[in-house]
Design a protein around this ligand. Sequence first.
Ligand SMILES: [Zn+2]
Length: 328
Amino acid sequence: MPAFKDFEGQSAHIARLHREFSARAFSHAYLFAGPEGTGKRSVARLLAMAALCERGMDGPCGECGPCRRVLADTHPDVHTVQPEKGKRDITVGVMRSVLDEVNVHSFEDGAKIFLIPDADKMNSQAQNSLLKTLEEPPENTVFILSTARPAALLPTVRSRLRLVRFHALETAAAAKRLEELGFPAERAAAAARLSQGCVGKGLQMDEGMLERRRQLSAALFGVHGVEDIPAVTDAYKDEKLDRAQLLSDVEDIVRDVMAAQAGALKLEETVYPDGARDYAARVPLSGGVKLMGAVQTAQQMLTSHVSFQGVLETILLEIAEEYGQWPW
Ligand SMILES: [Zn+2]
């Protein structure tokens, strides 16, 4: 189980929040704002445990009944507000049933906690329906809204929330944290940089994902001339492939290459040894910029009627062209 101290680098308010919730002296509504993967949800859940833990002020213990129920998402006084299955938005219908709960007595010992982890998914009707409760909150009730896009909330809602900012870690600190969480050193370093210091995102970068990207990098930058293009489009023609994800992987690879081209990263520090290092050594940053442009064009083409082969060719032609201009 994570502990509060694990998140102190990501927000300056962790210790104070811990004290407030342990003493049940919380404000009635918080807005946790910061990039994806910076600990907002984990901290919100820890705070719920701290408020409900049976074992006193040093909690949460993670072992008592209430703690276990929070961890298992079965505590009757902790409500997580999410869109209905298959829907993108949190609708006013969802909010109404949540607000009905606000006025019901708590089941266990008084505190009622409402977590809204993707608060930006509330549409404006849903947000408006929350206003009155935020204005006159029942006692011992707390809302914790989290979002990476606080601007998606109505100003009237935002102004009624206590803002707590969460930040990404420096790359070295993120790598250290990922190592503590069990990543081998090399993968921790790569994941820390790819996730731009957002540990939660870095955690999703498992060995399979890095290996997939290494192969992709080798394929892309193995295109030294137009004659090499068909082999690559062939290798990625599977209909079941997540194409948006593939292009997002390409974008991350190219961003890494550009960092090396700009001198922000030593060549041997780039994540993708196969192909990408050769390209970064040979082609100047101006080529990387053009390549990133081609990747973005390809991403737009994905929603058009162009075949995926054509979409990939946009990128591969750009690589072949730059290689042609900067021979060994
Ligand atoms: Zn406990």
